[in-house]
Design a protein. Structure first.
Length: 328
């Protein structure tokens, strides 16, 4: 039986690609009593309601995580929270920095405070590879949010609420994915724009991301930063998987973009252990009772988890099989 069975679950920012995949999985396989979605866009909520045939277990809140009072109302009698709401565009962040601070930083603190006050049992917050050794404002705000959620366990030490963070790389099939864009361009005979031929990225499917998030509820103590062990992809292989005959041209790395993704920095290696299908970056301090997992294997000091040094790279054939499986 799922931990979520019979419970009330809330997703912030629940109308995005991952949010919709989470809704489907939770409704289909976890027998929840109530699933609450809070997001800002009424059109996306309307479309999402139709997608799930107005399932009576769903509850819809128009609201912004910047609005603490609205969160207090939405979190009432909620047991588990998945925090997916964020501003995410790297280039937009550079032009609108304080908007990102208000949503990704202040909004995250609002989620933490509302969860503690409402007696939420567990919160899983979604991070990004860009929060590891950030080189852009978006990544910096997400790193700050990650630290807030980890430290939230100190505030909640005398309460039942616990927080953890999940960090992963590019999600195949998510909104804005390059694959369908390249497929359209290739079908039109256009050259595919590649930022840099040397570029590598971590790669995860929507289903894998959903499972990883929900599994984290089952095993978390609070204070962990979870990172999945997932394969990498070379950007040139990705282009060939889209269309062997398509030409490509380099457009250069965009401001704030890395040549290779990093999900765990070398300085965090001293706190990182390998546990099953994931790496766990353990908290600096665990005053709420955190204990190292019994089956943990420490990584080497100075090790970092970067897409160019990964043990597993997807082949062109494997990528094409994933395209088919994901309906791309």
């Amino acid at each position: 039986m799922s931990l979520l069975t019979g419970s009330s679950v809330l997703i912030t920012g629940g109308t995005g690609s991952l949010g919709k995949a989470l809704i489907k999985e939770i409704l289909d396989n976890h027998d929840v009593r109530r699933l609450v979605i809070i997001s800002r866009d009424e059109l996306k909520q309307h479309e999402c309601r139709a997608m799930f045939n107005n399932d009576p277990r769903l509850r819809w809140f128009i609201g912004d995580i910047r609005d603490r009072q609205r969160l207090d109302r939405a979190f009432h009698k909620v047991d588990y929270v998945i925090h997916a709401a964020a501003l995410k565009q790297v280039d937009t962040a550079e032009y609108n920095p304080f908007e990102y601070v208000q949503t990704n930083v202040q909004g995250s603190q609002n989620v933490i405070d509302a969860a503690i006050d409402a007696g939420v049992k567990k919160v899983v917050a979604l991070s990004t590879d860009k929060a590891s050794s950030p080189v852009n404002l978006y990544g910096a705000t997400k790193l700050c949010a990650d630290r807030l959620f980890i430290s939230g366990n100190h505030y909640a030490a005398a309460y039942d609420t616990r927080f953890c963070v999940v960090r992963y790389g590019n999600v195949m099939g998510s909104r804005g994915s390059i694959v369908p864009i390249w497929k359209r361009m290739a079908a039109e005979g256009k050259s595919l724009p590649v930022t840099d031929d040397r570029m590598t990225r971590f790669w995860i499917t929507l289903d894998q991301a959903v499972k990883f998030v929900l599994d984290s509820f089952e095993i978390m103590q609070g204070g962990e930063l979870y990172v999945p062990k997932i394969p990498s992809v070379r950007i040139t292989d990705l282009a060939k998987a889209v269309d062997d005959n398509a030409t490509t041209h380099e457009i250069g790395i965009r401001p704030g973009e890395k040549l290779h993704e990093e999900m765990i920095a070398a300085d965090d290696s001293r706190r990182t252990v390998s546990v099953g299908n994931r790496y766990v970056v353990m908290p600096h301090l665990g005053g709420w009772g955190y204990e190292t997992p019994a089956d943990a294997e420490p990584v080497k000091d100075g090790w970092s988890y970067q897409s160019d040094g990964n043990e597993k790279f997807l082949s062109i054939e494997e990528l094409r099989a994933m395209f088919v499986a994901e309906g791309l």
